[in-house]
Design a protein around this ligand. Structure first.
Ligand SMILES: Cc1cc2nc3c(=O)[nH]c(=O)nc-3n(C[C@H](O)[C@H](O)[C@H](O)COP(=O)(O)OP(=O)(O)OC[C@H]3O[C@@H](n4cnc5c(N)ncnc54)[C@H](O)[C@@H]3O)c2cc1C
Length: 592
């Protein structure tokens, strides 16, 4: 059972055992040690310099990146044969998560190690790797990823930048402008996408010192102010043919696959953000007094802290569940095969929907949590002396880059439907059964003697509702469903909620038997709070789909089915919230 390799989106129509999910409690000593190294580096070298970074002291920022390189933090994904550590995804997510409190430094770090270096690692040939990888993994050189253009944002493949082979066949001549490029102000190597002969979308490794390459001025931004964001201007840029990345016309594969990785790492950094926010909110609630008592003694503040704590647990559970899926699949690939990285890409692509789920879920939890923690600070949350003010501005971008949340949402049901049509998943059959169940809903009694039995039964019913609503959409729109965005977005919401609740319940179940009495209580509380939240969100999305697709004769039946199957009694919710709030106030940090 523990060795089962899941198909992407399979979670929607299969029961998963708790032994089959990876959780932070499963970290090895080596993984924990890398997490601790990152944390120490952050505490000693990064956080004391935050103000300098915010003021765009790029000299200091790049020096600290290099210091991170000396500790091995820039070589986590680099293959061993090129001197790197080649660690699993769980470790690189842990490092991303630990970087979160560093704000713009973390942005630069992740852009360099992620989208800045991975195209070369995954798609470069040996000669290109020999030439650049060592420089990148030590931090001697820094990397950036140049996909977006002024006229080509979400529609990145409509790029206008062109690449034309020179008469002597030695160079590609690149012309065009890339927009909003992170790290551009100090990067040495850019992965640039351009159309060969105005047609074939292709990746290139562009050295900033190449003739015809220019970096524009810094954008003035709302948040992540300490990061560098500029245009990259290519004016008859002479790029040696040896710097073509992968194959002509295959640039879309590079761009899309690297973005999948960017998305799950962004999920991880959001998980780190919310933990940091929890610590800020809880410690402030203990020291701030009004009406002669700490504000943390008010139910209004306790409830916020409880929701923040539950959200922190949920984001972490989502991120590492995904890490486990990816690592399990990648570990099955034989390292000796010639097309190792092609298979590696396929493994990541398999979970494109789950990567998008992690990105959307974690970035939106991040939004809600940071907003609530700012509210806990009252007027002081609005003042820049308090870290939450910066976090409030910094988090906004998470919902825009690495594909906007709308684009990511559309990808989630799109992937499920595609897998269903291609026969990889029994979607038709599952949808048909689910529609029947919603039309004649039966809620079976569950024995409360079994741990989380009620929540697991709820989860199964929520999957049924979600599949039924996709089925209802498919019945009405057939293949055209793929272009009915309002419906797809609501379906995405349901899938996101299912994945998140399952991650939470299975993690808590797996951890429960060995947990201390206090931890058991916290686990039971967090499951209850998350299940209530998920049922609420999912039911709303399902009702929306019903209202979008059903006619007058069916609407009542659908609404009735959703109400019955989506119901979660949540008896003891108030106690559960107070348990989490008390733990947050006592620990003043993430406590799971
Ligand atoms: C600070 C910052 C750093 C960045 N770093 C990088 C980087 O390092 N490299 C890089 O290449 N890019 C980078 N970007 C660009 C970023 O990825 C894009 O801004 C993003 O992909 C959205 O593109 P856009 O801004 O052109 O918005 P648009 O694509 O114009 O979107 C506008 C709105 O329309 C919606 N929309 C667009 N198309 C659709 C559709 N088909 N269906 C439904 N809704 C749609 C979007 O969701 C959005 O709400 C960065 C951006 C910023 C602000």
């Amino acid at each position: 059972m523990a060795d089962r390799i899941f198909k992407g989106c399979e979670f929607m129509m299969t029961e998963v055992d708790c032994s089959e999910v990876f959780t932070p409690e499963n970290f090895t000593d080596e993984q924990k040690q890398i997490g601790e190294t990152t944390e120490q580096f952050l505490l000693n070298e990064v956080l004391p310099n935050l103000e300098e970074f915010e003021a765009q002291n790029f000299e200091l920022l790049t020096e600290k990146l290099r210091e991170g390189g000396e500790l091995g933090l820039l070589m986590l994904d680099v293959p061993e044969e090129f001197g790197g550590l080649e660690l699993d995804k769980a470790t690189s997510m842990l490092v991303a998560e630990k970087m979160a409190p560093s704000g713009a430094f973390g942005v630069a770090f992740l852009a360099h190690t992620g989208i800045g270096s991975l195209p070369l690692i995954y798609y470069g040939n040996n000669e290109q790797k020999e030439r650049y990888l060592e420089k990148l993994m030590t931090g001697e050189w820094l990397g950036a990823f140049a996909l977006t253009e002024p006229e080509a944002g979400s529609d990145a493949l409509s790029a206008r930048t062109t690449a034309t082979l020179s008469d002597d066949g030695k160079y590609y001549i690149l012309n065009g402008t890339k927009q909003f490029i992170t790290n551009a102000g100090f990067a040495n190597l850019f992965t640039v996408f351009a159309k060969v002969d105005k047609e074939h979308f292709t990746g290139f490794l562009v050295d900033v010192d190449a003739e015809g390459v220019e970096v524009g001025p810094e954008e003035k931004k709302m948040g992540i102010k300490g990061s560098s964001t500029c245009q990259l201007i290519l004016n008859n840029a002479k790029i040696p043919v040896e710097n073509l990345l992968g194959e002509v016309g295959k640039g879309h594969k590079i761009a899309l696959n690297v973005l999948n990785v960017g998305r799950f790492k962004l999920g991880a950094i959001c998980a780190g953000y919310v933990k940091f926010a929890l610590a800020e909110g809880a410690s402030y609630a203990n020291v701030r007094k009004q009406f002669n008592v700490p504000i943390g003694s008010f139910g209004a503040i306790k409830e916020k802290l409880a929701d923040v704590a539950a959200g922190s647990y949920a984001t972490e559970s989502v991120v590492y569940r995904l890490a486990g899926l990816l690592d399990a699949k990648i570990s099955k690939i034989d390292k000796g095969v010639d097309d190792y990285y092609a298979q590696y890409q396929k493994a990541i692509e398999e979970y494109a929907a789950e990567c998008a789920i992690a990105k959307v879920y974690c970035s939106e939890k991040n939004r809600d949590i940071i907003d609530e923690v700012l509210q806990i600070h009252g007027g002081y949350g609005f003042i820049s002396e308090y870290p939450i003010e910066r976090m409030y501005r910094d988090e906004r971008i998470q919902r825009i880059y690495e594909g906007t949340n709308e684009i990511n949402r559309l990808l989630i049901p799109g992937t499920l439907i595609r897998k269903g049509l291609q026969g990889g998943l029994p979607l038709q059959e599952s949808m048909a059964n689910a529609v029947k169940e919603v039309m004649s809903p039966v809620v079976e009694d569950v024995c409360s003697c079994k741990l989380f039995a009620e929540e697991k039964a709820l989860l199964a019913r929520l999957k049924t509702i979600s599949l039924a609503m996709i089925g209802a959409g498919a019945q009405k729109y057939q293949k055209k469903l793929q272009s009915e965005q309002e419906i797809l977005l609501a379906v995405a919401d349901m899938m996101i909620q299912v994945f998140a609740l399952e991650a939470v319940v299975l993690r808590a179940e797996k951890d429960h038997s060995n947990a201390s009495a206090v931890r058991k209580q916290n686990l039971e509380a967090v499951v209850k709070v998350c299940a209530f939240d998920v049922a609420d969100n999912l039911n709303r999305a399902a009702r929306k789909v019903a209202a979008f697709v059903a006619g007058e004769t069916e609407i009542e039946t659908y609404m009735n089915g959703i109400d019955k199957l989506g119901r979660y009694s949540a008896v003891g919710l108030l106690d559960a919230k107070r348990t989490l709030a008390a733990a947050a106030l006592e620990n003043e940090k993430y406590f799971f």
